[in-house]
Write a protein that binds this ligand. Sequence first.
Ligand code: CO
Length: 134
Amino acid sequence: MIGRLNHVAIAVPDLAAASAQYRDTLGAKVNPPQDEPDHGVTVVFIELPNTKIELLHPLGENSPIQGFLDKNPSGGIHHICYEVEDILAARDSLLAAGARVLGSGEPRTGAHGKPVLFLHPKDFAGTLVELEQV
Ligand code: CO
């Protein structure tokens, strides 16, 4: 069911410092920060030859990233995103297998303008999994 790794999202306490590290120390192609007010985050997309890294930083009140940074003050891997061809079919098959889908269970529009769902980390080896329909 799952296809390519679309991105790995890393929550960071200092977006400028993390961007500079990826650009200058790791030599990656780092894009300018983008505010995503609907998701409560500012995102920096880093383009690698085979996937993307997304640096996430809280934006505004009640950011979903803030609690994670409170628990992990130096930052950490927040989620990984796998591509699926049909997100509703993927959801239904996961629900039938006993996996938990976060939120209402209906896909939302993600940071790339495509439908996404998140799966409960306790069902996937402690990893928050995002599915994105491509
Ligand atoms: Co994501």
